[in-house]
Each structure stands twice: as C-alpha cells, then as structure tokens.
Ligand binder design. Sequence first.
Ligand code: AMP
Length: 420
Amino acid sequence: MTAFSTSPGTRDILAPDSERWRAFQNVFAEVALASGYRYIIPPMFEDLGVFLRLGEATDVVTKEMYDFEDKGGRRIALRPEQTASVCRAFVEHRPVTPWKVWYAGPNFRYEKPQQGRYRQFDQVGVEVLGVDDPHLDAEVIALADEFYRRLGLRKVELAINSLGDAGDRQRYADALQAYFTAHKASLSAESQTTLAKNPLRVLDSKRKEDQSVIAGAPKIEEFLSPAASEHFAEVKRSLTGLGVSFTVNERLVRGLDYYRRTTFEFVSTALTAAHTAIGGGGRYDGLVEELGGPATPGIGFALGLDRTLLACDAEGVFPAPNGDVSVFVVDTTGGSHATRLCRVLRGAGISADRAFDGRSMKAQMKAADRSGAKIALIVGTNEVESGSIVMRSLSSGEQTTIAHGDAVSAVTQLLANQGS
Ligand code: AMP
C-alpha cells in the first residue's frame, strides 16, 4: 500500500505547535476586538476574476495562483490572500462604513517551498473600508505594532512609505519607466521583464545587479500631490504621537498593484533567513471600484503566522501553551470508575484523561507520567471497597487517600498548592 505524505509546501501542524497557532490567533483576536474590528470568514476559493484584480504584474497573480476549472465550468482560484475577498464581500453585502474586519486563516500560493515560505500559509489581518482619515492609517499600523508587542517580540522594525494617489503613482511610474529604460542594459533579465509590466515593481528587486540602478532611481516623494503629501505627514505625526517608531523607506512599494498612499512593512531583525518580512499592508483606495463597487477607500494589513512564529522562536518568546491535562485517572478495576471520575472532573472544569483497554497498573502509571498530568487519581479494588481514591502528586510522589465524593475539591486544592 502507498504511504502518503504531505504535498510540497504544506505541513501537518501537530501539538504543541498547533496549540501555539491557536494561541497566536486568540491574541490577535483580542487585539482586533479591542479596537472594534469584527471577525470575517471569507471563502477559501473564489471566482478567479476577484484575484486577477490584484494586478497583472504581481507574481501572486501570474505565477502562483492555484486556479482550476470546477465541475460547473467556473474558473476558480484558491485565495492567495484575503484583501480581495474582503473587498468583494464589501461590494456584495454593502455594510455600513466604516467597515472594520479582522480575519485569520490559510492562503495558497504556488511558490518554491523553503523555510518561512509555504504553499499553504496562514495569515491574520485587518481591513477597514470607507475611511480616508490618516488617523485610521496610524490606528491600523499601531494595531499590528501592539500585536507584536503582545507576542513579546522586540526586534521588529517598521518601514512606511506613501505611493501617492492614482495620478501620482502613474506619473511616478512613467518617470521610473523612462529612467529604468535608459538603464535597461544594467538591469537583471528578471527586472527587464518586470519593467515591461510594472516599473514600480523593479524597485522591489532584491537582485544584486539591480541595486545600483535602483539607488539612482527617482523618488516617489517628488511626485506626491499636496493632498497625498499632507496625508502622509499626518500619518507620521499620528504614529509619533502614539509612540510607534518607524523609518520612511522610499523604495517600499510592496508586492500588490492596488496600493495607494500609505504602505508599510514589518521586518524582524531577529530573522537571518532570506525572508525577514513578517507582515505588511497599506491603503488600496482603488480596489473596491476595481471589483465593481463604489469608490471606497480601504486600508489593511496581513501578518504571516508561520513567519512571525519563526521570529518568536528567534527571540525566544511566545512559547506553545501547556496543553497537558491536570489529572490522570488510573483504574485497575475495569475502567468504569475512571469513566465516572473523568466525567465529574471534566464537568467541574478540571482537564482529565485516563487509560483504556484494561491496562496493568504499571502501564497506566506510565501513561499518567507521559500525559504531563500533575495529579494521578488511583482506583483499585481496595479503594472501591472503601469508597476512597488515592490521590498522588506526580511531581513529588506524595499520596493521600481521599473520599470518593471529595475528588473535585481535593484535586482543586492540590492543584492550587502546586501553583497551577
Ligand atoms: P503579502 O500578502 O505577500 O503582503 O504577505 C504578507 C505576509 O504574509 C508576509 O510578510 C509574510 O509574513 C507572509 N507570507 C506571504 N507569503 C508567504 C508564504 N508563501 N509562506 C509563508 N508566509 C508568507
């Protein structure tokens, strides 16, 4: 028989890592809810057209899409990110603005798998639709900053930039086109191809041979309209007021084509691998219109869960929560006492486990040790006759005999004494 293993770029997330994922999402939920963001669960696949709006010059669209024709002949794609889905949902449901949502879940990109880069990867993020106010940009950025703090991360740097409005962006793109075309011969083959599609994306190139050309390229700042310029200035003032430190990186254009005005990226300086970007986002004031809705400003960010946890590992913070049960019930009389005791304990909010299949006392005690439980409750023939239970501390080995009816109170007391 064939033994299958996971597909490239996908993994089984097993305990305790899986519990760490949930804790990560729970912390994010707390931070988002505290700022008035509500939970949205978009579908994992959509009409391919929704994602094509992300822009024709992005790798996400051209190379990495998991798209297929379904049995009804529809062109479908697994979502590569969730912003486009949120905008599609906005157009479909027309909620009252400002519409503040948060999400968590997997996305799919056909990328070359490596550490910190997977084909199925999880993100958490927020999006806000319907507000232009620069104070919102600062709120959204500060929310991400707060989340990283809650995880315990300290080595996270924030870079921000403004891409201006659609007109500014176009004038800047034209200037870049002219500049890069004049220096085309010095660019890498990949950047020459990118240039033909979107000159802004050439700024994103990490290739060594492109760096000197990029360094001499015109800067976006010179192309910002007064309104975009004032918006950016207010974002910076607001961030400073909130005590969020940042640097302005004029080369920060980010991968997706729909960004306008504010863009930002968080980098972990604790990560040494090629992929140190642990999250990012920006304004996408044109996207809702692209998806058939009314002109609506939008801003959001997405944080890579997998990669942020790698940053947590690098900084030695946010360990997996302890998922061990508190009590292990050992029953050498056939198992029915364990069944009842577990039910009583669990009903009282005390986590409990037990052995099955009538294992020997020795095997059950071994299972108790392996379970990580703090306490073993042991029921043998003598205990059944006298209506008692032996309560054993698995850390100290001390044991006492308690009355059957006192199990919950005695266990609660001992757990409290053990400080757990
Ligand atoms: P993006 O949606 O490309 O702006 O990415 C936002 C964040 O998602 C990045 O900063 C990464 O942390 C994470 N991310 C993007 N692509 C992947 C991937 N293939 N594997 C793991 N994390 C990813």
